[in-house]
Design a binder for this molecule. Sequence first.
Ligand SMILES: Cc1cc2nc3c(=O)[nH]c(=O)nc-3n(C[C@H](O)[C@H](O)[C@H](O)COP(=O)(O)O)c2cc1C
Length: 346
Amino acid sequence: MNSLTFLATRLPLIQAPMAGAQDAGLAIAVGRAGALGSLPAAMLDATSLERELRTLQASGLPYNVNFFVHTPPLPDAAREARWHAALAPYYAELGLDVAAAAAGASRQPFSHALAEVLEAFRPPVVSFHFGLPAPDLLARVKRMGSRVLSSATTVREALWLQAQGADAVIAQGLEAGGHRGHFLDKDPALQAGTATLLPQVVAALDIPVIAAGGIGDAEGVRAAMAQGASAVQVGTAFLLCDEARTGAVHRAALRDPQAPTALTNLFTGGLARGIVNRVMREQGPVSETAPPFPLATAALGPLRAKAEATGSADFSPLWSGTNRGGCRAAPAADVVQALSRGFVSG
Ligand SMILES: Cc1cc2nc3c(=O)[nH]c(=O)nc-3n(C[C@H](O)[C@H](O)[C@H](O)COP(=O)(O)O)c2cc1C
């Protein structure tokens, strides 16, 4: 049996790391309720990472810390200019100066500088999105005693992660909210939903598999465990929780259970699932003009800020999975409790 005993939690349930929507507060609330809380570090610098890790360590709970491991693209002024030109009408509409639009990266990949911060804490679990760090950096994490997880969107990616030394693989189905974790099979046409991907990954690997994507209630948990998952990772269902830092326009969008989601590259340059809004309808949802991950973010920032100030979600990333049935405007412990019923057999 591929058990995930290293999670050291009462439940084989991981709260998905959700950059931009939560900090250590949600992870601790989830941890107290018996599941594994996660700290997303993709948008944290070394100082903020250290502060959040101190808070987590003081809780005495096990936890997961998550990093992106993308290769930063080279700057390209012509490409950036095309992106600014595409957004220029919105800048004019909102009374902003497109010439002042920012460029540059919003998210930094895992690095030796961040590993140095981790070493003081030796986190029980470290997870990565977009593959794994370079072998020397991965070895550094393993020397801390941390167990390593990463997401796969296809069987080929799952096998690669196992071969490179992951301790468990998160099978991320197409229903999942936020960024696709793909790194080898970047065409979503090659990817499948959780119920199809999960059993294939379980059959192909010798290490434990964690199911992610569209799981929002006990029934979803039960189905994933019946298909051979050793644990489940749930993101969207936690977004309305009291302890999440989900912004106001994002919360409002999540409350509409009918609002459709789509994969879009407009907000970061990487494919991610979010609730369809104005900029997605008008520019995409997928645009060839958007610079590669993570460079698309900077130019949308001023539009997003100005629109959000008036309560508009027109330019905001409204990350969400396809299933919002598990979202509750309640303490995170209530969501954990609802999901936990899926682990009871019979
Ligand atoms: C708002 C949001 C932000 C996310 N940010 C991250 C992240 O920073 N790192 C990561 O590995 N996964 C991230 N994900 C993806 C989750 O790890 C996971 O695959 C997904 O939440 C599972 O599907 P579900 O949202 O349907 O539960 C994010 C998901 C959401 C909804």
